[in-house]
Design a protein around this ligand. Sequence first.
Ligand code: ARG
Length: 460
Amino acid sequence: MSKLWSGRFAASGATLLDQFNASLPFDKKLYAEDIKGSIAHATMLAKQGILTQDEADQIAKGLLQIKQEIEEEKFVFDIAHEDIHMSVETRLIDLIGEAGKRLHTARSRNDQVAVDFKQYVQKHTLITVRALEEVIDVLMSIAKEHTNTLLPGMTHLQHAQPINLAFHLLAYVSMFKRDIERLESSYHRNNVLPLGCAALAGTPHNIDREYVAKLLGFDSVSVNCLDTVSDRDFALEILFNISTIMMHISRFAEELILWSSYEFKFITLSDEYSTGSSIMPQKKNPDVPELLRGKTGRVNGNLISLLTVLKGLPLAYNKDMQEDKEGVFDSVETVFMSLNILKEAVRTMTINVGRMKQACEVGHLSATDLADYLVQKCNIPFREAHFITGRAVAHAEGLGIDLSVMSVPELQKVDARIGEDVSEYLSLVHSMNARTSQGGTAVSSTCKQIEIFETWIQSR
Ligand code: ARG
C-alpha cells in the first residue's frame, strides 16, 4: 500500500512498523472532528482563491460521504494508513481524485491533529459540565428535604459536632460547582484555533485563519505557530479537571460505602445499584461507590502519563505526542459514566433519618456548646472552659451517658458556676442551630446556602 508520504522512500515500511506507529485503532474516534476541520479548511481555501469553489464543493461532498461510510460501518480502516487523518484523506482521493489531492494545501498533520483533538476536548468539556449539573440537581433536591435531618459532623472520622444532612450534601455541591467553574475556565482559555500553523512555521499561502476559527466555533486564533503545534495544555487541563472531579466523587463514594455499612446504616443503597456475592447469599455490596473510588486511580494515571510524555520534548511536534489521546479518551469516558451512575445511586438510595439522629446521641457532640456556654454565660476564658468541659465529658463517660442528656445537678458537680439554663444549650438541635455564622450549619444558614446555589444554577 503506497503511503501519502511515500515519495522519498525506496522501500515500503515493515508491518511491525505499521503496528507500532499507527494511531488509527484509537484516533478513529476523531473522525467527525477531522472531517469538520477539513471542510472548514477547504471552505477557507476556496474563499481565498487557493482552491476553486468546485474543488471545495467536491471535497465537502466527498468528506460527508466518508462520514456516512464510517457511521454506517462501511468504511474500511487499514492501519497502513497510520491515523484517522491519512485514512480519511486517502479515501477522499479515491473518491474524488484530483481535488482530493489539494485538500492538504497550507496544512500539516501537526496542526490538523491539534485542531481535531482540541475540538474533541472542548466538546467533552461541555458534556462533563452537563453531567455535573445533573448530579448537582439531585443533591440539591435531597438537600432541600433534609435541612432538619441531624447528622454527626466528623473530623478524623470521629464524632465532632451535630450538623444536618443538607449541609453535608451542600459541601459536595460546592466541590462540583468549582469543578464546573474549572472546566468552563479551561474551555474559554483553550478556545483558540490551532489550524493554519502547518507543520511548525506557518505557511506561505494566503490563508484566513480568523475565518476558519469562526467556522469551527473558536473565539480566536493562536498567536505563535511553534507553540501551537506542540501545545497539549488543553489536554492536560481536562485531565486535571477530571482527576479533581473524580477525587471529589471518590470522597463522596467513600462516605456512601461507610454510610451503607451495618455499623453506620445511615443510608441503604437501592437494589438497582447494588450487587450480590457469589458465595455469601446475605450480601448486598456497594460495588458502585467502590468502583467510583477505584476508577479515580486510572484517571490520575492518565494525567501523570501525559505530563510525563510531554516533559522534556523539544519544540515542536514529536511523535511522542501521539500518546496524548488514549488517556484523554479514557478519562473523559470514565468521568461521564461515573457522574451518571453516581447520580442514579444517590437518587435511588434511602436515607435513614432515625439512624443519623441516633448516631448524634453518642460521642458528646455538644461538648463545644458547653464550652461556649461557659464563655458566654459565666465569662470563663475559653481555655479554662475547654478544660472544664473535658472534665464534664469524663464525668458523663463515667455515668455511661451522653453529655447532651446530662442533668444540671451532675453538671454542677463538675463546676458550680454552671446554671439551670445549660440543658437547652446542650441539646443537639440547639447546638446545630447555634452555628448561624455565614456558611455555618444552622438551618437558617443552610437555607441561605441553598439559596446561593439555586441563584447560581438559575443564572446559568
Ligand atoms: N497520528 C499523529 C498524532 O496523533 C498525527 C500527527 C502526525 N504528525 C507527524 N508529523 N507525524 O500525533
